[in-house]
Design a protein around this ligand. Sequence first.
Ligand SMILES: [Zn+2]
Length: 436
Amino acid sequence: MSQTPRVGLYLGPETIVRNPGYLEALREQIGLNWVILSYTGELPPDVLAHSPYDGAPPSPERVRSLIARHLDGQPSTTEFKSAMLSVGPHFGAAHNEPQLRQAIDLIHAAGLDVWLLAGMYTASDFDVLMYCPSREENNRWYEAAYTHMATAYGVEGVDVTHARFPMTSYPRGLFLCMCDSCAQAAAALGYDMAAMQADIRHAYTRLKQLDPRQVTSLAQHDMGPFDLLQYLGVRTGVFDWFTFRTQLIARNVQRFHTAVHRAAGPDFIFGVDTYPASLATLAGHNLSRWAEFSDFASPLLSHVDIFPMKTMTVWAQFLRSLLPQISEADALQIVYRVTGYATLDLPHSIADFALGEPDCEYRNIPLRDFVAHDMAKAKVMLPPGLPAYPIIQGGGAPWDWPRPIVEQLMDDALRLGYEGTIFQGTRVLLDFDLQK
Ligand SMILES: [Zn+2]
């Protein structure tokens, strides 16, 4: 491609205000074009009036009524700490409007574009605090907040993250949300919640009844989706469930996309990032539909540890909890096959994932191949012509990747037809004494 690659970076307003010359150095040395700026503004009364909370902080009862439900009727979490620090779902109570506006001015003065960054349904992956995607109170709130962000600051775009179900490393999150509002939404989209629930229960029972010797044998052969279809005997409601969740997210984000464009004009940029392609369906993302509701695609590939790596270890442990006779190595191999990572040279033990260690993403994991694998998959699935930029580590958010790997991945992105790259952190890209 002959065009200059686009280079974006996630930053917070405080970092920009406290580090004169940082933006200019990034622009000169890595070709930075735009900043995705954390939203820290003060929402005005007309937006706050749309908050589904009963106060700030909200009562625990109110939060409980707004969050997602499991198959057994339990809420997604009982840990409401982050909710107590917010004025509405995924919008913090702490704000600094003057600093936000100063940061926007500084970015524009450096000749760069600004996209404001907000969050959506899964407000906390670690606490599994997920707001129900079918509750009108929640969706009205997001619509008002994104519209305000798009119209009040003179920015070029709004980028929303966490427009999805919880991280796939939380197996129970795969079966959120089954509340009454979601049952109604399912019916409106042509699905039968009760039938899907029955088939999910059936699949769970069926898994526990599998013959460990057969499962071990399957791990050692090249099984494909049709082998699994025969062997597992999973009913269609299980597939309907995951398709329903992608349709629900698509429908809702389309609503926000329409509202933002109605208010901010057709040239404004509004969109949401994508979960890694291999696992996207299980987080509620159908990449092939992205152009229906997002003006860009940004595959979130920077969290190799907490997204795919953790998922594979947790799923292998889950499989062994049902079928203890299966070895850890075979359980991992099955998970690699099911998730589509089996062509990569991945660890034979959970200990070798070294999760939590600073070098875990490249000590025993072929990091470049791993990230390029999901980059390539996403590009195949995303609609042609949709501007797309994979998100990778620039260093320090939280880990540092070796610089040669970062450079290889930047090249991989362009080779695969992406318009550029978005970074989290800049520690390996730039020698700058950053004041935090
Ligand atoms: Zn729900």
